[in-house]
Design a protein around this ligand. Structure first.
Ligand code: ZN
Length: 399
């Protein structure tokens, strides 16, 4: 499933209706939860089917609920059901020691109930790119890219800053773009902080505005921390921080979309470093976590685009990619973060640190898919320990 998220611009009246529906759905959610708890206390069990079957009656009895699309109401019952399923799963995991606390499903306060879901119908896209919602009307939408595939669900949500969004989940159909075979492959190094270096020597810097927005977050957060707890000022600044985060998130997603498009279009095989191993060595600086998050987004997008384009994504262990010579395979004891140039003590090769890593990543990926490079002789391949991990066909989850 692919997800497409677009900003919505409801009119004041539409926003009022949306908020009203959210509030009604939240009451319904809490009511359904209450019903299950009460039944449980009396030794009975109520499941999704029974609760969903009661919804038409609710619509007959309470006029307000008639103003909400029936699927949206059914989805509320599904949410309660999912909360229960997750709870049971956690109880099980607790028994096997995987989980500390099971955490019973909780009643939702307003701040934690922020979206409505249309599961199949009740919405459609208009010619002008706007969105028609049953019972709400035609909403202005900023559709910054085409949707390809078959609609599954639509989620209407708003964030803490009051912005509204429409997220479509789409089953990529046959219309999905199958890019031509290029005969090319690439290794990609996440580099320090922001720079992305490709094994062919391309260096990609995120757009300037993105870095500017990220700096704004740091500043906004510093301002927030100086405000007195519980004060009006503090509330104001909290909204500012939330806005800054939201903006960066959107810009980052946009950037990742463009970059992943390019990567998938230009290559048949794409090699990344394994993220999970990477995150184990991560520190807790804000800038670093932002960089990691962008990296995650880029990898996720590349994986799903590669899947619909019929291309392959492979991940490799990042452990030795920085300090191995991409020319002769010699492994340095260590390489300081400040050393921007890799200098090989064995063959004298000198190369940019990130490019060296990207080439190693690429080579490990090629070996893993059984396409060793001409630059590396078989003896040297066997000297390289099996550090590459094939994550299977593109699209399978990163291990
Ligand atoms: Zn060397």
């Amino acid at each position: 499933m692919k997800a497409y998220k677009f900003r919505l611009y409801p009119s004041a009246e539409q926003e009022r209706k949306l908020n009203e529906q959210l509030e009604l759905c939240r009451h319904l959610y809490n009511g359904l939860l209450e019903q299950r708890i009460t039944a449980h206390k009396m030794g009975k069990k109520i499941g999704y089917v029974k609760q969903a079957n009661e919804l038409p009656e609710l619509r007959r009895e309470m006029e307000d609920y008639r103003e909400i699309h029936s699927q949206v109401l059914q989805d509320v019952a599904k949410r309660v059901d999912r909360a229960y399923q997750n709870f049971y799963r956690r109880v099980k995991e607790k028994k096997t020691g995987k989980m500390q606390k099971a955490g019973f499903p909780r009643f939702k306060p307003m701040t934690r109930y922020r979206s409505l879901t249309y599961t199949q119908s009740g919405f459609h896209l208009l010619e002008n790119g706007h969105l028609k919602l049953s019972k709400i009307g035609e909403l202005r939408m900023f559709m910054h890219r085409e949707i390809e595939g078959e609609f599954k669900t639509l989620n209407i949500s708003h964030d803490s800053t009051g912005k509204w969004y429409a997220s479509f989940s789409v089953m990529p159909g046959k219309v999905a773009n199958v890019s031509e075979e290029t005969g090319k492959s690439v290794g990609i190094d996440a580099g320090l902080l922001h720079l992305t270096t490709m094994s062919d020597g391309t260096v990609i810097e995120p757009p300037h505005f993105l870095m500017k927005s990220e700096r704004r977050i740091t500043k906004a957060q510093r301002n927030l921390s100086r405000k007195v707890r519980g004060s009006r000022n503090r509330r104001k600044y909290r909204v500012r921080v939330a806005r800054a985060y939201e903006k960066v998130k959107n810009q980052r997603e946009d950037f990742a979309h463009k970059l992943s498009n390019e990567i998938v279009q230009n290559n048949d095989l794409i090699v990344f470093e394994n993220l999970n191993i990477r995150s184990m060595v991560k520190n807790h600086h804000l800038a670093k976590s932002i960089a990691d998050a962008s990296w995650n987004t880029l990898v996720q997008y590349t994986i799903y685009k590669a899947e619909s384009a019929g291309k392959l994504v492979v991940s490799v262990d990042p452990g030795y990619t920085s300090r191995t010579c991409s020319n002769c395979g010699y492994e340095k004891e260590s390489l300081k973060l400040s050393e921007r140039t890799f200098h090989c003590d064995s063959c004298g090769y000198e190369i940019d640190r990130d490019l060296n890593a990207a080439i190693n990543i690429h080579n490990l990926g090629l070996i893993k898919v059984g396409r060793g490079t001409p630059e590396v002789t078989p003896v040297e391949i066997s000297a390289l320990p099996a550090r590459a991990t094939l994550i299977g066909e593109a699209g399978s989850p990163v291990p």
